[in-house]
Design a protein around this ligand. Structure first.
Ligand code: IMP
Length: 430
């Protein structure tokens, strides 16, 4: 296969970064196609920790071309900082980071609006990352947004920006009762930053379409997860972009029908940050222990993640909406020592049973999980590099998940580092 998308099947934080980084070894190009720095991928390579927010995870493979696709919303200050951080650690992104003309710019007023709205919502808050993602996508849809393309002509960019600042500051003050942003300072900073970013801006959609025609190996790196998708997720407790595999067409530039496979990433259990329904949530000491063991604190915001059992009903839903070819299971090692383990096989709502997402998105909040129990294991699986090397019960757990989900498990993560992964099938090599 030449074109492969990697998408989250849960509420984000499934460990996509590590799988993407592993697959990037076979890919010539890695493309991000949606979201912004609300995503954060943590990679541990030779004991060194890297957090990537905007730049595709392939950045660490020095020959990989990294594409920021048109479907993304990008905070230009955060992007520049990330490029500089790479440089400081000896990784140069010049000539191998391509930023789409069409990607939208996250401006400080978007961040201010995001945060002020959440504050106003109080208990009803969505629990956004506070990085201005929703307000930026709103401006894109209402055709007020500023794109990287606009940076090319400074005079016209400045004019549009000034109009936006004026309007947003009025809104911030009058409606959200929040502090307006300093427009003069922002314009001065952007005038400097613009020159530093111009060399990266290009027509990435043309580049990706040609690369597809040329048979190049391309990896599309999804951010967040299916349950955070603006259309298919647990609305309104979602992010503001499409996170499912079909978003690669609009946001990544690959023509429809040219995607060979979508690989779904699932944790061996489930987590979510922010508010919203979560049927298999574990409260109390066990949840706390898993959070510590799995270091389940947001890479972007540091917030503690909510913890739950693996949910096969949601996995089946994700498999359907993404047309998944297989699953990569991550963080199996974190479950070591927990006995028994539970797997959610479906839900009950009143007398009705469901083996996938119940119809009507609000139904999930009422869904009672149906569990089966499975024996755990005490031996650490970290050193296993084949399924046969896993502790017997860990292997049974993985096989049971594959059976319940109805797709093959292509990879299993057994530890934090890149090499702590069992690769059953690599989509680029099949
Ligand atoms: P936003 O994307 O900042 O607008 O946040 C909307 C919702 O998506 C909140 O519940 C966030 O916690 C969640 N969210 C956004 N990005 C991620 C992610 O990469 N991992 C996990 N949750 C995320």
């Amino acid at each position: 296969m030449n074109t492969v998308a990697v998408v989250g099947t849960q509420w984000g934080d499934e460990g996509k970064g590590k799988i993407v980084d592993l697959l990037a070894g076979d890919a010539e190009i890695v493309v991000r196609f949606q979201g912004g720095n609300n995503a954060a991928h943590t990679l541990v390579i030779n004991g060194e920790k890297f957090i990537l927010r905007l730049v595709p995870s392939g950045a660490l493979n020095r020959s990989t071309i990294c594409v920021i696709g048109g479907g993304m919303v990008v905070n230009p200050f955060a992007l520049y900082e990330e490029i500089q951080n790479f440089k400081k650690r000896g990784i140069d992104l010049d000539r191998r980071l391509l930023v789409s003309f069409d990607a939208h710019l996250v401006m400080p007023y978007h961040i201010a609006i995001d945060r002020a709205r959440e504050k106003q919502l109080g208990k009803r808050a969505i629990g956004t990352t506070g990085f201005g993602i929703g307000p930026t996508y709103e401006d894109k849809m209402s055709r007020q947004g500023l794109r990287f393309d606009d940076l090319i002509d400074w005079a016209s960019f400045k004019d549009k920006l000034e109009r936006n600042i004026k309007e947003k500051n009025l809104y911030l003050k009058a409606v959200l009762k929040a502090k307006p942003i300093d427009g003069k300072e922002l314009i001065a900073e952007l005038q400097k930053l613009r020159r530093l970013l111009l060399p990266y801006i290009t027509d990435t959609s043309a580049y990706v379409a040609k690369a597809t025609r040329d048979g190049k190996k391309i990896l599309f790196e999804g951010a967040h997860g299916t349950m955070l998708d603006i259309d298919y997720g647990t609305y309104p407790f979602v992010t503001s972009s499409n996170c499912i595999a079909s978003a690669v067409y609009a946001g990544g530039g690959v023509p429809p029908g040219r995607l060979d496979a979508a690989l779904g990433i699932s944790k061996a259990y489930t987590t979510r940050v922010g508010a919203g329904p979560f049927p298999t949530e574990i409260h109390g000491a066990l949840g706390d222990a898993l959070r510590e063991e799995g270091a389940e604190f947001g890479s972007a915001t540091g917030r503690p993640r909510r913890i739950g059992w693996f949910d096969a009903a949601l996995a089946r839903y994700a498999i359907r909406v993404n047309g998944l070819w297989g699953l990569a299971l991550t963080k199996l090692d974190v479950l070591t020592g927990i006995n028994p383990l539970k797997i959610c096989t479906g839900y009950k709502i009143g007398k009705d049973s469901y083996d996938t997402m119940p119809p009507g998105r609000n139904a999930l909040a009422k869904a009672k999980p149906v569990y089966e129990q499975i024996e755990g294991w005490d031996e650490k699986p970290d050193a296993a590099r084949t399924m046969d090397e896993l502790p017997a019960n860990a292997r049974r757990y993985v096989e049971r998940l594959a059976e319940l989900c109805g797709v093959p498990i292509a990879m299993v993560g057994v530890g934090a580092s890149r090499d702590a992964t069992i690769v059953v099938t690599n989509p680029f090599q099949s």
